[in-house]
Design a protein around this ligand. Structure first.
Ligand SMILES: NC(=O)c1ccc[n+]([C@@H]2O[C@H](COP(=O)([O-])OP(=O)(O)OC[C@H]3O[C@@H](n4cnc5c(N)ncnc54)[C@H](OP(=O)(O)O)[C@@H]3O)[C@@H](O)[C@H]2O)c1
Length: 325
């Protein structure tokens, strides 16, 4: 097999694409011949030791991937050799082959493409848990999605629309805003060029959004929280902008608003039945064409440093895929 092996926490620049012995699956594991792996923001953090999950060195990064079952470990009965699958493994995907605990592998329903499957569960699972479960989003409510052209953002936009909400999609460039309009956003906000508070006031008739989905953090959070509606729910998804915001608590009091934490990985571990039900609803929406990953670009697996550079400089629109031909 070939793999990107992370041996130190010095980032992608210290890693190489090279041959390794092909691993055999342990009991309870399967080996997957990887077709595609998508890049998620945590993949950038994990190779520098900046992510909350710190795997022992050496490891192969790549949290989310798809492929076919290539070998079965002892005791695995619910997966078949050759079956198309998706894996949310935390690590292992930036390779030609990966051994994964069978419990982290999902057989694909008919009609689910391998490319889409590599770019689905992480972002759509997070955004579904956030909007439908944590925020209890209701049809007719208004959702503001920050970083709406990114991975979790574009999934949130589509899920909010599928749930019957009105979406204000916010992003840093007009090009990203135009993509959000194509994806069904009711209105857009360019937070580089437009005044956030004035624009939100105008777009919501002075009421403010009912739900805010924030994977960006940093300086945007406070003006956005000041604009939230009565009984608003502010979803804390991540800090791609780098800074962890600190909010004056009186703002929550004044709006009867909630700051709601979202941690999808922990939700999957602690509430597996609820997570499986959410993924089943998402697969149904995929089959109906209500949600579909936006594929930014497909690069050969050996181009991983270029993929990291593209995500680190905010150029990715939707999801970036690394593929083995
Ligand atoms: N809580 C959870 O369970 C959970 C699960 C998955 C991911 N996350 C988090 O969600 C965040 C987004 O992940 P993602 O995979 O969707 O990433 P992504 O596709 O790169 O999207 C992140 C967006 O953040 C914006 N951004 C602002 N400043 C940035 C900067 N300095 N560098 C990069 N992007 C910047 C960009 O939009 P603009 O250019 O439009 O501002 C970008 O589209 C990450 O913090 C990740 O850790 C959390």
């Amino acid at each position: 097999m070939k793999a990107w092996m992370c041996e130190t926490l010095d980032g992608i620049g210290a890693m190489q694409w090279r041959e390794h012995p092909t691993p055999e699956p342990k009991p309870g594991e399967v080996r997957i011949a990887v077709r595609a792996a998508s890049l998620n923001f945590p993949d950038l953090l994990i190779v520098e030791g900046k992510y909350q999950f710190k795997p022992p060195l050496p490891f192969v990064p790549g949290a989310e991937f798809s492929g076919t079952v290539d070998a079965l470990g002892e005791g695995v009965t619910h997966l078949k050799l050759g079956a198309p699958v998706a894996a949310i493994a935390g690590t292992g995907g930036f390779a030609t082959h990966a051994c994964v605990e069978a419990t982290r592998v999902l057989p694909l329903p008919p009609g689910f493409s391998l490319d889409d499957a590599a770019a689905f569960a992480f972002t759509y699972g997070t955004s579904h848990h956030a909007l439908i479960d944590r925020a209890a989003l209701q049809p007719g409510e208004t959702v503001l999605v920050l970083g709406a052209a990114g991975g979790v953002g574009s999934a949130a936009l589509q899920i909010a629309k599928a749930a019957g909400a009105k979406v204000i999609a916010a992003a840093s460039t007009d090009e990203k805003c135009a993509l959000c309009t194509e994806l069904g956003a009711d209105a857009t906000l360019n937070y580089t060029t437009q005044n956030v508070r004035d624009t939100l006031k105008a777009l919501t008739g002075g009421k403010g959004p009912d739900v805010v989905y924030d994977p960006v953090g940093g300086d945007l959070a406070e003006p956005v929280f000041r604009s939230i509606g009565w009984r608003g729910r502010y979803l804390v998804i991540g800090f791609a902008g780098g800074g962890i915001p600190a909010l004056p608590w009186n703002l929550a009091l004044l709006k009867g608003a909630s700051v709601v934490g979202v941690f999808w990985g922990e939700f999957v571990k602690r509430e597996p039945k609820a997570s499986a039900a959410a993924l089943a609803q998402l697969a149904g929406w995929y089959a109906q064409g209500k949600v579909k990953p936006v594929i930014d670009l497909k690069l050969p697996m050996d181009q991983l440093p270029a993929a990291y550079a593209r995500m680190g400089t905010r150029q990715v629109k939707g999801k970036l895929l690394l593929v083995n031909e």
